[in-house]
Design a protein around this ligand. Structure first.
Ligand code: SF4
Length: 632
């Protein structure tokens, strides 16, 4: 029996791949109220289940797949799925977020989350339908790419409405940054979740459900949705996303000179106009796509139909163009789209793949790698053929691809070239160069999963009014983009606030941006607390909701502290301190170590963590309802 009036399916599925047992347990109400859903469930379960000494590829590592609290309901843009594990990229808590239809379908099938333990001897896939689950043989799927795997599994379930999460050959070969892909096109890219599933020989999870997710108070829920839609209508950010998808950001990065080109040696791409969002729209766009219940429809469906190897693919995203264009300095849009398509088909994170190849290109140009180490390839910046060649080799771990498949951190260690590995905690820096904006650098570095632009919102100081800054952060200086005062507190606040989107299962593009700070607070706290109460019938004030975000962030910090990640792990790569950007609009920008120390101190203080170690104080843990012995 479901003990919730609405919102939750009310069950968690536990699967042990070692002995094949499947256990269907109720979702405890207190757990749901404290951790809400999605990343909250996954982070807490991993903290409870994964001891510090566990190797990411050990059967003792655990993978959690979780729906957000508002998935499966007619909530705008509430389609996001969280997959999480101890990451082979970082050794820290790693999670990945993907859209599409899988997360709502999991609820319709009767589950809020799946916990995968152990490892199978033979390849298997998990099939879930309406409250029942079974493991099926998958030997015949091993070696299949993403599209082929998806199609075969859907055919076997004899139901076209089945939704499937798969790994590709990169996951099977434990490419350290292998990803998961749902329904052929929604990628949970970062942190190597696909590699861990590959180590467990779990090829896929197929899910089909026909159950309703109830709403405790439908009129109240409808009212909040109406208000939510009004709040987001006409935002310039969502209009840009609708027109060009995330590639609209390419021009923004080039204009500011923060592209992170040539393995972050330059802020601009020479010839960057050839790989703008507008170019990709004109050349390749077939149609826009949307995830479930999303009115923004930022996703792209693109194609190359001429030539010897035509293909269709979802995307590209801005990150695809950044990782496979700017970082390796490739300015042929067809090559970038093809590289993106191959990464998705092999099931590997294009950010890490592009970063590894770009780092190798820099080492090659500096004479630190020779042709006899790179399969005879002339691995220079701009060489699109080499980019495509090594994407193939990475997926199969052949030749030099075997080292590239380890990611930049391990490459740096093995090649004695750690300075050129541009990562934080093992996860490569994504999205943009942080040298121009110190709060962006802080956000990347304190992010619990490694360098990540989606863990906080460091741009609030660009639009918050002085009186709002005073009210929320205790100083009007937060509204001054040139001041460091109060910025640690601003970043900490934004992390907890952004975390809520991952607990609810709402896309960050509907959450993340506005030019109006009061609207961000209203939409991202008040309205969502109202939606949660209307959906579940659980009383929850905005303040309590915010606390849930903070609690989850602290749980993730505790997980990482147990793995040995202290203050030193919250610093940027040395390049950002030592090398000013050499050219372009951000010429001369470089991080200042004293400023960064101060920002980090302020951030720890705002969080209630020890300034020396970053360890949460006993008072903070008590305030959040966490036990003081959790860190041991
Ligand atoms: S904004 Fe884009 S990624 Fe987000 S839910 Fe909508 S279509 Fe999906």
């Amino acid at each position: 029996m479901n003990r919730f009036q609405g919102g939750y399916a009310g069950r968690i599925l536990y699967v042990d791949l070692t002995d094949g047992t499947i256990d269907n347990r109720p979702l405890p109400r207190e757990f749901a109220e404290k951790y809400i859903g999605g990343r909250g469930f996954s982070s807490r379960i991993l903290l409870d289940e994964v001891p510090a000494d566990v190797d990411p590829y050990s059967p003792r590592n655990v993978v959690v797949i979780a729906s957000g609290a508002l998935n499966g309901l007619p909530m705008p843009s509430a389609s996001r799925l969280v997959t999480a594990t101890k990451s082979p990229m970082t050794g820290a808590l790693g999670d990945s977020n993907s859209g599409g239809y899988f997360a709502p379908e999991l609820k319709y099938a009767g589950f809020d989350a799946i916990v995968v333990r152990g490892a199978s001897k033979e390849p298997v896939y998990l099939f879930i339908k309406d409250g029942q689950a079974e493991l099926r043989p998958a030997q015949h799927l091993w070696g299949c790419k993403v599209h082929e795997s998806h199609q075969k599994i859907v055919a076997e379930t004899n139901d076209e409405d089945t939704h499937v999460l798969v790994i590709g050959p990169a996951g099977e070969n434990m490419v350290r940054y292998a990803c998961v892909v749902t329904d052929k096109e929604s990628v949970g890219g970062r942190c190597g979740i696909g590699a861990v599933l590959g180590s467990k020989r779990l090829k896929a999870i197929a899910v089909r459900g026909t159950r309703d997710v109830k709403i405790a108070d439908p009129p109240r829920f409808k009212k909040v949705i109406d208000d939510y839609l009004v709040s987001i209508a006409g935002e310039a950010w969502t209009e840009s996303l609708r027109r060009l998808g995330t590639p609209f950001l390419t021009e923004h990065r080039q204009t500011l000179g923060i592209w992170g080109a040539k393995n972050f040696q330059s802020g601009i791409v020479e010839g960057g106009e050839k790989i703008s969002g507008e170019v990709f729209r004109k050349k390749f766009l077939v149609k826009p796509l949307g995830c479930m219940a999303c009115f923004i429809r930022c996703r792209r469906y693109s194609a190359i139909t001429a030539g010897d190897s035509p293909f269709y693919t979802k995307g590209p995203e801005y990150e695809s163009i950044h990782a496979l264009g700017a970082k390796p300095n490739v300015t042929d849009p067809e090559t970038i789209l093809r590289a993106h398509y191959l990464c998705d088909e092999y099931g590997m994170d294009e950010q890490s793949a592009g970063s590894a190849i770009a780092m190798a290109m820099e080492l090659f140009e500096r004479g630190l790698l020779k042709r006899d180490q790179t399969d005879g390839q002339e691995l220079t910046f701009g060489n699109g053929e080499a980019l495509l060649y090594f994407i193939d080799k990475i997926a199969s771990r052949q030749g030099f691809g075997d080292l590239l498949a380890e990611g930049t951190k391990v490459m740096g260690e093995k090649l004695n070239a750690e300075y050129y590995a541009i990562h934080v905690k093992g996860l490569e820096v994504d999205a943009a160069d942080p040298r121009k904006q110190e709060t962006r650098a802080l956000t990347y570095c304190v992010a619990t999963r490694g360098a990540c632009h989606l863990r906080g919102n460091p741009y609030i100081d660009e639009f918050i009014k002085p009186e709002e800054a005073e009210a929320y952060f205790g100083t009007a200086a937060v509204s001054d983009i040139n001041s460091l005062e109060g910025k640690g507190k601003m970043v900490a606040w934004s992390e907890d606030w952004v975390t809520l989107s991952d607990l609810m299962g709402i896309c960050k593009f509907a959450w993340y941006r506005s030019r109006d700070f009061s609207m961000l607070v209203k939409r991202g706290l008040d309205m969502v607390a109202e939606a949660y109460q209307a959906a579940t019938g659980i009383p929850m004030t905005s303040r309590e909701m915010y606390r849930c975000g903070e609690r989850v962030y602290n749980v993730e910090k505790i997980f990482n502290l147990r793995q040995g990640f202290g203050r030193a792990a919250d610093y940027p790569p040395e390049r950002f301190f030592r090398e000013p950007l050499p050219t372009g609009p951000a010429k001369g920008a470089v991080l200042n170590r004293e400023h960064y120390d101060r920002l980090l101190n302020d951030y720890y203080e705002a969080r209630g963590w020890s300034p020396e170690s970053g360890v949460p104080t006993p008072e903070k843990l008590k305030e959040l309802g966490l036990a003081s012995d959790e860190i041991q």
